[in-house]
Write a protein that binds this ligand. Sequence first.
Ligand SMILES: Nc1ncnc2c1ncn2[C@@H]1O[C@H](COP(=O)(O)OP(=O)(O)OP(=O)(O)O)[C@@H](O)[C@H]1O
Length: 306
Amino acid sequence: MTTLSHETVPGPLPDASPGNAPGDETGAAGAAGPTAPPVLSVRDVRITDHVTGREIVHGVSFDLVPGRTVGIVGESGSGKTLTCRAALGILPPHFEITGGSVEISGTDIAALTPRQWTSLRGATISAVFQDPASYLNPSLRVGPQIAEVLRVKKGLGRREARRRTVELLRAVHLRDPELVYRQYTYELSGGMLQRVLIAAAICAEPRILIADEATTALDVTVQAEILDLLADLRESAGLALVVVSHDLAVVAQLCDEVLVMRRGHVVEQGPTRTVLHHPRHEYTRLLIAEHEQYGLDTFLAPREAS
Ligand SMILES: Nc1ncnc2c1ncn2[C@@H]1O[C@H](COP(=O)(O)OP(=O)(O)OP(=O)(O)O)[C@@H](O)[C@H]1O
């Protein structure tokens, strides 16, 4: 992994993902290149809320290959999280995929048994969400919670699981991993917690990581570090990433392809640069205009000249 740097900070003006040469509209090839078979294939997915009988997500499609990143942006309530939860097999109880399909490493998830889901989650597809505290048990030290996942998913013994957990905590750039291992969530800052959660999400070496607003609650500098970390993991482990964000700057920094969602529809989709430089849909233009006040224009301007 590379050293994390505050210089890549973001805020709002990062460049697209590291493998992208200027003008390369196809984006980073990452570990496997764009022609590798997709690890995640979402085809015209529709999601219905059975309480209201209404379709909430009206057809989302994308393919994700190792080492690449797909971004999903859009206003609150547009269906970004539901789409991710559908791919993870964790839709809220009264929601259901009512059209299309999701394939993980070539397997249609509709055919998976609960037992198969259990072995797939964490080991093949994993996720980091916005609120770390809600995914870690506050009454247990954080290290043993990750070690437990390693024991279950990787069959490691107690001592080896502990050793590997400390290694993972170091890999996500926590300064004193031995100490963090023994700490409780309330003892950690937001940025530290988010790193712990990333360590937990990647501990079983998944091929796909979904980061749903994973940096939203963090200040700009910590957000930059976490984004760097995700980019590092993508490069070093060939992770395929799905990044959900309301922040176009985050998407500009990390994603090869972007989907713009509004009210359950994908209104625009394509290589990140094409979408950000030449938005075709009025709503995408609006999103970009909203970001310009934070400096996305300085990201866009040099590219327009190239
Ligand atoms: N557990 C739930 N129960 C009831 N309605 C839900 C639930 N989860 C999502 N919804 C509804 O489904 C729609 C899509 O929600 P979703 O969480 O996918 O949006 P989102 O784009 O991720 O929004 P945000 O950016 O605020 O997270 C919204 O109208 C939301 O209110």
